[in-house]
Design a protein around this ligand. Structure first.
Ligand code: NAD
Ligand code: MG
Length: 392
């Protein structure tokens, strides 16, 4: 039995993880579940999976959860606050940590798990993007396994040799082809993009996901963050990563080898596939996803990305090339801009503008330690929030 801690259990990836886990009661035991403030969702998950610990960051919500769990006769201990996220991630009975908190908020508990040598199932790409070399160094130091859950990186991992480990350089790879659906605005006339609403932006044509990543898919910042993620996981410069728009989302990514062979991983767009792979690796288990019907798919289309339509993707490539604090600033400004767009304080097209202005205001410096990451993150957030406030 593998002991599991799910950081961000109440979100989309968290719920999909519990769906896979429930199919294999003989293989996994849920030790800890965490959420931010959604008491009812976490309560239902605790009733179904009976973890030893439940964490809510928000104190009032935690109090309420504790009361309801006691009333239901459960022995689950409720912990509260951001510190508790890291505490449950390093428990000795935890073997495997699903990192599924959204945004930089997931950094400290995910890093703690890496330092403690846990198997990390990494969905929380922002944590890796901002802490890059620090994160990869702590994995190496503790010998922790990292299995990418982001569907593209999981696909690439599956197409690399069986002995490949994240953070090392795969031999004989010419480049990685990172597929992208293009999101809901792939064909929207450019002049209409200023008017699109949060509802339209989160209505992703292929995947059902949390709001933030859905907006990131609409701007293609999601793919930008994934370029940085891929360059860290597979030790490749951004020039060796090609983004390919593939609207059907059936090929999840490809590896192009020096001999001209191109290996791809295909499947229905269902996150339970990479989650099941990460949970069971190096074995395979049933995920609940339906079998791919190629006759129904019928055709697969590909096109290059258009930087005019997707300026966020261009900004992310630049940040990837610059390195140092640039990805930290890019991510922080994006988190602030997406929140402002979702709250209808800025238009969709202002997301890229705000990120660009924040990046331009920061001279890139070296990332030396975690403190330098956290300082750049909060400084960039402060500036981006100010820009959002005075936008227009
Ligand atoms: P979501 O919004 O559905 O869930 C986010 C989770 O994080 C929730 O459990 C929430 O309570 C928790 N959370 C939010 N803020 C927090 C905070 N400050 N402190 C502690 N917990 C907090 O998001 P999601 O779609 O499940 O995505 C989670 C991560 O996985 C993101 O980094 C996303 O980019 C990545 N990812 C998601 C998908 C997908 O299909 N949903 C695919 C690939 C990668
Ligand atoms: Mg992805």
């Amino acid at each position: 039995m593998k002991g599991l801690c799910i950081l961000g259990a109440t979100g989309s990836i968290g719920a999909n993880t519990l769906d896979v886990v429930a199919r294999h009661p003989d293989k996994f035991r849920v030790v800890a579940l965490t959420g931010n403030c959604r008491t009812q969702t976490l309560l239902q998950q605790c009733l179904a999976h009976r973890p030893d610990y439940a964490v809510l960051v928000e104190p009032k919500a935690a109090q309420e959860l504790s009361r309801q769990l006691k009333a239901a006769g459960l022995a689950t201990e409720v912990l509260v606050g951001p510190q508790a996220l890291a505490e449950v991630a390093v428990l000795p009975e935890v073997d495997c940590v699903m990192a599924a908190i959204v945004g930089a908020a997931g950094l400290l508990p995910t890093l703690a798990a890496a330092r403690a040598g846990k198997r990390i199932l990494l969905a929380n790409k922002e944590a890796l993007v901002i802490s890059g070399p620090i994160f990869m160094d702590s994995l190496r130091a503790s010998n922790a396994e990292l299995l990418p859950i982001d569907s593209e990186h999981n696909a690439i991992f599956q197409c690399l040799p069986a002995n490949f480990r994240a953070g090392t350089k795969a031999s004989s790879v010419r480049r990685i082809l990172l597929t992208a659906s293009g999101g809901p605005f792939l064909t929207t006339p450019l002049e209409r993009l200023t008017e699109v609403t949060p509802e339209q932006a989160v209505a992703h044509p292929r995947w059902e996901m949390g709001k933030k990543i859905s907006v990131d898919s609409a701007t293609m910042m999601n793919k930008g963050l994934e370029v940085i993620e891929a360059s860290l996981l597979f030790s490749l410069p951004p020039e060796q990563i090609q983004v390919v728009i593939h609207p059907q989302s059936v090929i999840h990514s490809l590896v192009d080898y020096v001999d001209g062979s191109v290996l791809a991983q295909l499947g229905n767009p269902d996150m339970r596939i990479p989650i099941a792979y990460g949970l069971a690796w190096p074995e395979r288990i049933e995920s609940g996803a339906s079998a791919l019907d190629l006759f129904e798919v019928a055709c697969l289309d590909f096109q290059p990305p258009d930087f005019e339509r997707f300026p966020c993707l261009k900004l992310a490539f630049e940040a990837a090339r610059l390195g140092g604090t640039a990805p930290v600033v890019l991510n922080a400004a994006n988190e602030v801009a997406v929140a402002a767009f979702l709250e209808r304080r800025i238009p969709f097209t202002a997301i890229a503008e705000l990120i660009e202005r924040t990046l331009n205001a920061f001279p890139v410096s070296q990332v030396t330690d975690l403190d330098s990451v956290l300082a750049a993150d909060s400084e960039a957030r402060r500036l981006a929030s100010e820009l959002a406030l005075n936008f227009g």
